[in-house]
Design a binder for this molecule. Structure first.
Ligand code: GSH
Length: 645
């Protein structure tokens, strides 16, 4: 979450009058930035992780773990603390959508040394220590991807509010759960208004022995009559056999682990964007940590689709339900979704890989190309700009496009995709960056550090060893769908590239005739279909023992090359070993562990319901596990094995 602009946000009816203005100037601003900075080179590889925390307030007497809405004030304290510590790496704090959420990052980015990788976990630990200093005695920051009782009947926030807010108009969530900074409630309200309905999120219910069949959720107040939208649930928005959710907060109130990398230059950033995009679904399945919503166990393990649906502002025309009349495009995805196109200038990117028919604003694309932007990048930006700006601040409408990037950022920062390609902010020493956004946050700092380090090392394999992960982008989308399935990490297969190194790249040429491709003198009629296959995550990460080496062994090859000192190598091995064990099923995902915890709780009735007490015990157990306790934590060995956290 970047810096927040301040001002008066316009309500949707007003804001939408400025859509074209914001787009026009956004593109001008991008062009200015691009031409000023296209040759910018920076120190290679700076990077940082972002961890999203939820602050819990315990009510031990009533055995309730609630979301603490005091975080807005806590953040002020934390940011003051941050200002007082300019020495060393330290930590940095940012707000997020939920009023109970905190985002913590290292205060200064990590560099490209292997020793820096070993600073990640201690820095994450330091964040918790600092946050704790300013929290109330009954509060604690946990790293849980979806809070199981958000929007469930009863009291789930401290303090409690009734769900009667005008921004979300939710049957379940009060507006008070939203960060009060104007950007956030305006986003929620304007998404709803633009869509013309509340968002509708339906996650399949996990079917247990006693779960009613069909499952018609008794906790939906179907006859409420406060807002006109109240009747939507009954009119078909709430599907049987699903957990129905009706507000942005259900999605953007989830937590994740994101990693941002600064490449040396724009060319490398574009390559990294593409290569890491193929890893999005793999890492989503491997980090799956979100099996519960609105007081129920669901049949999915990840948050991604919940967020995608929670910010889906497409109108009925854009969703293709009625013919286009007032809107400009039928759009295949929500603003929060997987990327639709690769953008690198690398010769290994074959046109066949960009096989999603890209929806983009042709006028904008032409303008970008007329002004010196190559087609792939022009189409990427013109694709982001099919959206409307959602939050327009009155005071910021008129800007100098030579110095500001606010209008560009407006559209850029509300396209929440698996990857984000980030031009340098104006007047900064920051370079071209990419953000890796799909991972779910883990319970412990050890696990979060392990996944952050794994991805950071993979960027070395991509940039230095020039590995090639390209597969058609429709296959990456198919992988996203598979990643959501319960226990996808062990049960699903994912499309992945068979040969990760193209020896003699230059001898690979596409002659474009009848779709034939010549690879090292061998002509294939099937263009790229022979390049990829379906593999388990275990095979992708650990290899299959024969022809496919697995990503960990590539990382090990890289580490062998650079001649590391023993302690650093041992430190890194711990993380790689953990990732390998998660991939081969020796260790469980957080989603599987949570599901088992809930299902074996003495108060669980085998009906998919997560009671207040089960939730309390679950959150307490996660907190104790995170602190390093071992005794009395059910199945700790299944999720962490011998690892000391
Ligand atoms: N929590 C989210 C997830 O689990 O994927 C990611 C964070 C996120 O996208 N936050 C929204 C945002 O706009 C909050 S509305 N962040 C700032 C940005 O993307 O620039």
């Amino acid at each position: 979450m970047g810096l927040l602009s301040l001002g008066t946000p316009l309500p949707w009816e007003e804001a939408k009058k400025h859509n074209d203005h914001v787009r026009l100037h956004g593109i001008n601003q991008f062009l200015t930035l691009y031409h000023k900075l296209k040759h910018k080179r920076t120190a290679c590889l700076l990077w940082g992780d972002e961890v999203e925390y939820m602050v819990i307030a315990y009510d031990d007497e009533n055995k309730n773990a609630k979301l603490s809405l005091s975080v807005f004030d806590l953040l002020k304290e934390l940011q003051r603390d941050e200002e007082n510590h300019s020495i060393g790496r330290y930590v940095s704090w940012r707000p997020e959508f939920g009023r109970y959420m905190l985002e913590g990052t290292p205060g200064k980015p990590y560099g490209n040394t292997m020793q820096d990788l070993l600073e990640v976990e201690p820095n994450m630990k330091l964040r918790r220590e600092i946050a704790k200093k300013y929290m109330k005695p009954n509060e604690v920051a946990v790293t849980v991807t979806s809070f199981p009782r958000l929007g469930a009947p009863g009291v789930f926030t401290e303090p409690h509010y009734e769900p009667i807010g005008d921004a979300s108009r939710s049957l379940f969530l009060p507006d008070e759960i939203i960060n009060p900074h104007a950007r956030f409630p305006t986003l929620a309200a304007n998404i709803r208004k633009r869509r013309r309905y509340k968002v509708a999120i339906n996650m399949p219910i996990f079917r247990d022995k006693e779960t009613p069949k069909p499952f018609i959720d008794p906790t939906i107040p179907r006859n409420r009559n406060i807002f006109p939208e109240d009747k939507e649930a009954e009119q078909g928005a709430a599907l049987p056999d699903h957990i129905y959710m009706d507000a942005m907060g259900f999605g953007m109130g989830c937590s994740c682990l994101q990693i941002t990398f600064q490449a040396c230059n724009i060319v490398d950033a574009r390559l990294l964007y593409d290569q890491l995009a193929t890893m999005g679904p793999i890492m989503l399945a491997l980090t799956a940590a979100a099996p519960a919503y609105r007081g129920y166990l669901s049949d999915v393990d990840c948050r991604w689709n919940v967020i995608a649906n929670s910010v889906d502002d497409r109108t009925p025309e854009e969703r293709g339900f009625i013919p286009l009349k007032n809107d400009r495009f039928i759009i295949n995805k929500s603003r929060y979704d997987s990327i639709d196109s690769y953008i690198s200038t690398d010769e290994r990117l074959k046109p066949e890989y960009n096989d999603i028919p890209l929806i983009y604003d042709e006028e904008i694309c032409t303008k970008l190309m007329d002004n010196g932007i190559d087609e792939l990048l022009a189409r990427h930006i013109a694709h982001l700009f099919i959206r409307d700006p959602l939050v327009v601040f009155e005071e910021l409408l008129n800007q100098d496009d030579e110095v500001s990037s606010d209008h560009f950022e407006n559209l850029q920062s509300t396209n929440w995709q698996t990857m984000r390609f980030k031009p340098p902010p104006p007047n900064s020493d920051i370079g071209w960056r990419v953000e890796f956004r799909s991972m779910e946050v883990q319970f412990t700092d050890f696990e979060n550090a392990a996944f952050a380090v794994f991805i950071a090392l993979l960027t070395r394999v991509i940039m230095i060893m020039r590995s090639n992960f390209y597969i058609p982008i429709t296959k990456v989308d198919e992988n996203m769908r598979r990643a959501h399935k319960r226990d996808a990490v062990l049960k699903e297969k994912f499309w992945f590239r068979k040969q990760l190194f193209d020896h003699n790249d230059s001898s690979t040429s596409s002659n474009g005739v009848n779709g034939t491709t010549e690879v090292n003198g061998y002509t294939s009629h099937s263009t790229v279909v022979n390049e990829y296959t379906e593999m388990t995550i275990n095979e992708i990460i650990n290899g299959n023992g024969t022809e496919f080496p697995g990503l960990i062994s590539l990382i090990n090859n890289y580490l062998d090359l650079i001649d590391l000192d023993k302690p650093t190598r041992t430190g890194l091995n711990k993380y790689l070993d953990f990732v390998g064990k998660r991939a081969n099923g020796t260790l469980q995902t957080a989603a599987t562990w949570m599901r088992e915890f809930i299902r074996s709780h003495p108060n669980y009735n085998h009906d998919s319901v997560i009671s207040q007490e089960i939730n309390y015990d679950l959150i307490k157990t996660i907190e104790r596990m995170q602190k390093g306790e071992v005794a009395g934590i059910p199945n700790r060995e299944k999720i962490l094995g011998e690892i000391q956290v």
